[in-house]
Design a protein around this ligand. Structure first.
Ligand SMILES: [Zn+2]
Ligand SMILES: [Zn+2]
Length: 148
Protein backbone atom coordinates (compact mmCIF):
# COMPACT_ATOMS: atom_id res chain seq x y z
CA UNK A 1 0.00 0.00 0.00
CA UNK A 2 1.36 3.43 -0.88
CA UNK A 3 1.94 6.08 1.73
CA UNK A 4 -0.91 8.20 0.42
CA UNK A 5 -3.47 5.40 0.41
CA UNK A 6 -2.55 4.51 4.00
CA UNK A 7 -3.01 8.15 4.91
CA UNK A 8 -6.38 8.26 3.14
CA UNK A 9 -7.57 5.06 4.84
CA UNK A 10 -6.60 6.47 8.22
CA UNK A 11 -8.32 9.76 7.48
CA UNK A 12 -11.57 7.96 6.62
CA UNK A 13 -11.26 5.88 9.75
CA UNK A 14 -10.63 8.88 11.97
CA UNK A 15 -13.63 10.67 10.49
CA UNK A 16 -15.78 7.54 10.80
CA UNK A 17 -16.84 7.95 7.18
CA UNK A 18 -17.33 4.94 4.93
CA UNK A 19 -14.68 5.07 2.18
CA UNK A 20 -16.83 4.34 -0.85
CA UNK A 21 -14.98 4.11 -4.15
CA UNK A 22 -16.14 7.55 -5.21
CA UNK A 23 -15.45 9.33 -1.94
CA UNK A 24 -12.04 7.78 -2.06
CA UNK A 25 -11.52 8.97 -5.65
CA UNK A 26 -12.52 12.53 -4.74
CA UNK A 27 -10.22 12.71 -1.71
CA UNK A 28 -7.37 11.00 -3.54
CA UNK A 29 -7.61 13.47 -6.40
CA UNK A 30 -7.46 16.46 -4.06
CA UNK A 31 -4.68 15.02 -1.91
CA UNK A 32 -2.58 13.84 -4.83
CA UNK A 33 -2.68 16.93 -6.98
CA UNK A 34 -2.53 19.56 -4.25
CA UNK A 35 -4.98 21.57 -6.24
CA UNK A 36 -7.74 23.77 -5.02
CA UNK A 37 -10.32 22.49 -7.43
CA UNK A 38 -13.87 23.61 -8.04
CA UNK A 39 -16.64 21.03 -7.71
CA UNK A 40 -16.82 21.02 -11.51
CA UNK A 41 -13.10 20.22 -11.86
CA UNK A 42 -13.39 17.45 -9.28
CA UNK A 43 -16.34 16.01 -11.17
CA UNK A 44 -14.30 16.09 -14.39
CA UNK A 45 -11.38 14.25 -12.77
CA UNK A 46 -13.51 11.57 -11.11
CA UNK A 47 -15.53 11.14 -14.28
CA UNK A 48 -12.40 10.40 -16.31
CA UNK A 49 -11.57 7.59 -13.91
CA UNK A 50 -15.14 6.38 -13.52
CA UNK A 51 -17.32 7.48 -16.46
CA UNK A 52 -20.47 6.29 -14.71
CA UNK A 53 -20.04 8.86 -11.94
CA UNK A 54 -22.87 11.36 -12.14
CA UNK A 55 -22.47 15.00 -11.25
CA UNK A 56 -25.04 14.65 -8.45
CA UNK A 57 -23.24 11.79 -6.71
CA UNK A 58 -19.84 13.45 -6.98
CA UNK A 59 -21.29 16.64 -5.48
CA UNK A 60 -22.98 14.63 -2.71
CA UNK A 61 -19.72 12.85 -1.93
CA UNK A 62 -17.89 16.14 -1.84
CA UNK A 63 -20.44 17.44 0.61
CA UNK A 64 -20.18 14.44 2.94
CA UNK A 65 -16.38 14.65 2.82
CA UNK A 66 -16.58 18.32 3.76
CA UNK A 67 -19.02 17.57 6.56
CA UNK A 68 -16.68 14.93 7.94
CA UNK A 69 -13.83 17.45 7.84
CA UNK A 70 -11.75 15.55 5.28
CA UNK A 71 -12.21 18.25 2.69
CA UNK A 72 -12.56 21.94 3.28
CA UNK A 73 -13.82 24.83 1.28
CA UNK A 74 -11.15 27.41 0.62
CA UNK A 75 -12.15 31.02 0.89
CA UNK A 76 -12.17 32.74 -2.45
CA UNK A 77 -14.73 35.43 -2.88
CA UNK A 78 -16.69 36.06 -6.03
CA UNK A 79 -15.59 32.80 -7.61
CA UNK A 80 -16.84 29.24 -7.51
CA UNK A 81 -15.97 27.53 -4.23
CA UNK A 82 -12.66 25.69 -4.27
CA UNK A 83 -11.99 22.52 -2.34
CA UNK A 84 -8.91 21.18 -0.70
CA UNK A 85 -7.98 17.90 0.95
CA UNK A 86 -7.67 18.69 4.62
CA UNK A 87 -5.15 16.04 5.63
CA UNK A 88 -2.41 18.44 6.62
CA UNK A 89 -2.92 21.84 8.15
CA UNK A 90 -1.75 24.70 6.02
CA UNK A 91 -2.37 28.35 5.30
CA UNK A 92 -3.26 29.82 1.93
CA UNK A 93 -1.95 32.42 -0.45
CA UNK A 94 -4.31 33.85 -3.05
CA UNK A 95 -2.79 35.64 -6.03
CA UNK A 96 -4.68 38.80 -6.87
CA UNK A 97 -3.57 38.64 -10.51
CA UNK A 98 -4.09 35.02 -11.60
CA UNK A 99 -6.36 33.98 -8.68
CA UNK A 100 -4.30 30.87 -8.03
CA UNK A 101 -4.70 29.49 -4.52
CA UNK A 102 -1.45 28.15 -3.11
CA UNK A 103 -0.66 26.21 0.05
CA UNK A 104 1.63 27.81 2.60
CA UNK A 105 3.29 25.43 5.07
CA UNK A 106 1.67 25.51 8.47
CA UNK A 107 3.05 27.65 11.27
CA UNK A 108 1.35 28.42 14.54
CA UNK A 109 0.29 31.89 15.51
CA UNK A 110 1.59 32.88 18.90
CA UNK A 111 -1.31 32.15 21.21
CA UNK A 112 -1.10 35.61 22.72
CA UNK A 113 -1.54 37.28 19.33
CA UNK A 114 -5.25 36.72 18.96
CA UNK A 115 -6.33 36.22 22.52
CA UNK A 116 -7.20 39.79 23.38
CA UNK A 117 -9.01 40.42 20.12
CA UNK A 118 -11.04 37.21 20.39
CA UNK A 119 -12.28 37.87 23.88
CA UNK A 120 -13.84 34.77 25.39
CA UNK A 121 -14.57 33.09 22.05
CA UNK A 122 -13.42 29.51 21.77
CA UNK A 123 -11.37 28.82 18.63
CA UNK A 124 -11.40 25.29 17.20
CA UNK A 125 -9.43 26.02 14.04
CA UNK A 126 -8.02 28.86 12.06
CA UNK A 127 -6.08 29.52 8.92
CA UNK A 128 -4.43 32.56 7.47
CA UNK A 129 -5.22 33.74 3.95
CA UNK A 130 -2.44 35.83 2.47
CA UNK A 131 -3.11 37.87 -0.66
CA UNK A 132 -0.74 39.40 -3.12
CA UNK A 133 1.24 38.51 -6.23
CA UNK A 134 2.45 34.93 -6.67
CA UNK A 135 5.99 34.05 -7.77
CA UNK A 136 4.88 33.11 -11.26
CA UNK A 137 3.16 36.44 -11.82
CA UNK A 138 6.09 38.34 -10.32
CA UNK A 139 8.50 36.60 -12.67
CA UNK A 140 6.35 36.98 -15.76
CA UNK A 141 6.22 40.75 -15.67
CA UNK A 142 6.82 42.08 -19.17
CA UNK A 143 10.52 42.47 -19.89
CA UNK A 144 12.02 45.47 -21.59
CA UNK A 145 8.95 47.55 -20.86
CA UNK A 146 9.34 51.02 -19.51
CA UNK A 147 9.62 50.90 -15.78
CA UNK A 148 7.34 53.26 -14.00
ZN1 LIG B 1 -0.36 34.80 -9.87
ZN1 LIG C 1 -4.76 24.33 0.42
Amino acid sequence: MSKLSTELEQAFQAAALRPTAQRYAVLEFLAEHHVHATAEEIFGAVNRYDPRASRATVYNNLRSLAKAGLVREVMSEGKAARFDANLRRHHHFICERCHTVEDIPWFDLPHSAGRAALGGREVSKYEIVFRGVCLRCRNSQPEGGTKS
